[in-house]
Design a protein around this ligand. Structure first.
Ligand SMILES: Cc1cc2nc3c(=O)[nH]c(=O)nc-3n(C[C@H](O)[C@H](O)[C@H](O)COP(=O)(O)OP(=O)(O)OC[C@H]3O[C@@H](n4cnc5c(N)ncnc54)[C@H](O)[C@@H]3O)c2cc1C
Length: 431
């Protein structure tokens, strides 16, 4: 449906948790929304590692934005890449030269991986931030096993060494899930390969895993990972990534063809061009009401922003923060348009949690971060993720059935689909 000129207009950049949350809130009222995203789908990032390790397929975690807004006539979805933002005129320009202006502008473009200028990381490591990243990583993992099976000499060249950089929730979850894949699934799939020669390394420059969690949680997670065979290299940095190895800060080298980068996030490149104040990670500094300084009709929400909590500290980059901030920004836009005051964002803390695989999980739930381990934590994790999925209209049914089947998961999505990630130069083939 074309936009009604008498209604206020809002341009939303990004169809992640924050952008979808905001547009859904506005869709309940008479507001024209234009939602721009470079992809035609919303991707559910918390489940990317399940795609990378073949527990889920891409269609379980990505949903077309047009399907999400099919019943919302006032929301126009455009698959376009935003290249420039003018906050003074609330206008964005896209890579094909089009411009979109609104009475309000909502910046919700998420993050991108931060390689911290580590030589070679950008070129050779696999980040885990998008569906595309997850399918590339999955293709690489299964390809190195295929190549080691076809030519056992590849094992000595590091084919079965998998290195994960960053021991935050993403790194820990990925390491745990790869370990379960290697221990439980690969032996039945590769009858002629000594799968036990697989080595999974988890590297972090800090002294603990899951640094944001309690001390008890650090020990629990480290013990569970080591029990699964993950080799922890803590207080160790990565100084270089190359096509065939990782060099560590102590000078040692690990031969490998599979380096997973879970080392950190930063704001998208275009945010640097906006001309607004940027804080940690290059993120925009949001005011308590989620607008940006001196621009009461421009909002910065989700991962793109440092959003202050009630003490002025930045809230973490989490789906639950992004979704709630998106809804809140929608509410503030409606209030502002009605001549009412905008309210400071109040985050309802759902806690923090991480799955370590195979029944092992850790959760610090609620505002007081009550700590749970094992199956109780897994149940809390399932509940919070189901809530998040329903908030962005993802397929909760497939997720829940995966959750209950988890212990017997068959990894049916283990086909190699990305030829670029599956091409490995071993340096010894005849051309
Ligand atoms: C591997 C991983 C695991 C995670 N696990 C959890 C978890 O268990 N629990 C949790 O709460 N959080 C988790 N998070 C964090 C959570 O996913 C993010 O905080 C959340 O996705 C942020 O939402 P957002 O809307 O700000 O950004 P995003 O979800 O990143 O969405 C940004 C959108 O903007 C679009 N975009 C970007 N640039 C442009 C452009 N130039 N033009 C047009 N469109 C653009 C992108 O395509 C994307 O759709 C995880 C994150 C990752 C990467």
């Amino acid at each position: 449906m074309s936009h009604d000129e008498s209604m206020p207009s809002v341009v939303v950049v990004g169809g992640g948790f924050a952008g979808v949350g905001c547009a859904k809130e506005l869709a309940k009222h008479d507001v024209n929304v234009t939602l721009l995203d470079r992809n035609n789908y919303h991707q559910f990032q918390p489940l990317l590692y399940q795609v990378a390790t073949a527990e889920l397929s891409t269609t379980d975690i990505a949903r077309p934005l047009r399907a999400i807004f099919a019943k919302d006539d006032t929301v126009d979805v455009k698959q376009l890449t935003v290249t420039d933002i003018d906050v003074n005129t609330r206008t964005v320009t896209t890579s094909d030269g089009q411009s979109f202006s609104g009475d309000y502008l909502v910046l919700a473009a998420g993050s991108r991986p931060n390689f911290f200028n580590t030589p070679g990381a950008d070129e050779y490591a696999f980040p885990l931030y998008s569906v595309d990243d997850a399918t590339k990583l999955r293709s690489r993992i299964f390809e190195v096993f295929e190549e080691a099976d076809a030519n056992p000499a590849r094992v000595d060249q590091g084919a079965l060494n998998i290195v994960i950089v960053g021991a935050g929730p993403t790194g820990v979850e990925t390491a745990g899930s790869i370990a379960d894949l290697v221990n439980q699934v690969m032996p039945a799939r590769f009858h002629d390969l000594d799968v036990k020669r697989t080595r999974i390394y988890l590297i972090d420059h800090g002294p603990v895993v899951l640094a944001a969690f309690s001390e008890k949680a650090h020990d629990y997670a480290a013990k569970k990972l080591e029990h699964k065979g993950v080799i922890l290299k803590l207080s160790t940095g990565v100084s270089e990534v190359s096509a065939d190895s990782v060099t560590l800060s102590d000078g040692s080298k690990i031969p490998t063809r599979t380096v997973v980068w879970a080392g950190g996030l930063q704001a998208p490149e275009m945010i640097g061009k906006v001309g607004l104040g940027q804080g940690r990670g290059g993120r925009l500094t949001a005011e308590p009401d989620l607008t940006v300084e001196d621009h009461p009709r421009v909002y910065a929400i989700g991962d793109v922003a440092n959003i202050p909590d009630h003490d002025g500290n930045a809230l973490p980059q989490l789906g639950s923060v992004a979704l709630q901030a998106g809804r809140w920004a929608g509410g503030n836009i409606l209030a502002d348009h009605a001549g009412k005051p905008r309210r400071p964002f109040h985050y309802h803390d759902k806690g923090i949690m991480a799955m370590i695989g195979d029944g092992a999980a850790i959760a610090e739930v609620g505002a007081h971060h009550h700590e749970l381990h094992g199956h109780m934590a897994f149940a809390a994790w399932l509940g919070v993720h189901a809530w998040l999925m329903s908030g962005v209209r993802q397929r909760v049914d497939a997720f829940i059935s995966w959750g209950w089947d988890f212990l017997g998961s068959s990894r049916s999505s283990s086909v190699i689909v990305d030829p670029s990630a599956a091409q490995i130069d071993w340096g010894d083939e005849e051309k």
